[in-house]
Design a binder for this molecule. Structure first.
Ligand code: ADP
Ligand SMILES: Cc1ncc(COP(=O)(O)OP(=O)(O)O)c(N)n1
Length: 266
């Protein structure tokens, strides 16, 4: 069985972060592992507190996994502060990571800063050059590039700028624009578009975490980057279509819908 690691923050309500990542890995038939960078107190209405894990313990978690287990892909999510970013980069450098997806998580949909603004430079300097695929949403691409993004042409310019920060591929996600949900992939030469109809629901908590984990899952299965994103886009579209309300705010996507349906459970 393929093994996949998420390095990310914990979301107590289970819709985003480590919890969404592990559900996505399971739904793809992979063995999921986790290195926790921060613990958030979070629900469908907001984020109410964050405790960062020490750099020493993050390093030990990464070493514990890699010293024992062959890892087929890694996804990095919430990294919170500069020390966390540095220790992840320094520690991963000692291990061969073939398939690294970096989701540059910055601000939650509820407006909480999951990346301290002063840590942006470290994320750009240390993590982007290690990434096979980096997956900014529109607000993240705006912060990384310093430009305003209003349409697909702006997404293209942002993708080119981010590509020059040295990841292998850039996927700018279009979930925050209006109309069709269009994501744009750039490999330094060509642009490729991934379209889906916009689903009208408020339950989109954890969509970015889920998409990046699905991409990493497909890379672990030896798919090409273009195929991995195509599969992940199909996965997130069904997961959003089948999303549901569990609290008073923004509910989670549904990770096991296809599996439950096949098993006749729903
Ligand atoms: N309402 C929606 N309908 C269909 N797809 C969506 C919708 N919102 C987001 N997506 C898709 O979900 C994925 C995550 O995108 P996005 O919401 O932009 O990221 P994030 O969760 O990081 O803000 C992308 O593939 C995007 O196109
Ligand atoms: C612990 C944790 N990590 C990441 C996020 C952000 O997840 P995302 O998929 O971008 O979803 P929203 O916060 O935008 O709903 C998070 N909330 N918590």
């Amino acid at each position: 069985m393929k093994r996949i690691l998420t390095i990310a923050g914990s979301d107590s309500c289970g819709g985003a972060g480590i919890q969404a990542d592990l559900k996505t890995f399971s739904a793809h038939g992979l063995f999921g592992m986790s290195v926790i960078t921060a613990v958030t107190a979070q629900n469908t209405q907001g984020v109410f507190g964050v405790q960062d894990i020490s750099a020493e313990l993050i390093q030990k978690q990464i070493e514990a996994v890699f010293d024992d287990i062959a890892v087929d892909a890694v996804k990095i999510g919430m990294v919170s502060i500069t020390d966390t970013i540095k220790v992840i980069a320094q520690t991963l450098e000692r291990y061969p990571v073939r398939n690294l997806v970096v989701d540059p998580v910055m601000v939650s949909k509820s407006g909480y800063h999951l990346l301290q603004p002063e840590a942006k430079e470290a994320l750009i300097r240390y993590l982007l050059p290690m990434a096979k695929v980096v997956t900014p949403n529109i607000p993240e691409a705006e912060v990384i590039t310093g430009m305003k993004i209003n349409d697909l042409e702006d997404m293209k310019s942002a993708a080119v700028q981010i590509y020059h920060m040295n990841p292998e591929y850039v996927l700018v996600k279009g979930g925050h624009l209006e109309g069709e949900a269009v994501d744009l992939l750039y490999d330094g030469k060509d642009f490729k578009y991934y379209h889906s109809p916009r689903i009208h629901t408020q339950n989109t908590h954890g969509t970015g975490c889920t998409l990046s984990s699905a991409i990493a899952s497909n890379l672990a299965k030896n798919m090409s980057v273009a195929e991995a994103i195509e599969g992940a886009k199909a996965y997130i579209t069904v997961a959003i279509e089948q999303s549901f309300s569990i609290g008073k705010g923004v509910g989670p996507t549904h990770h096991f819908y296809e599996l439950y349906k096949k098993a006749g459970l729903i």
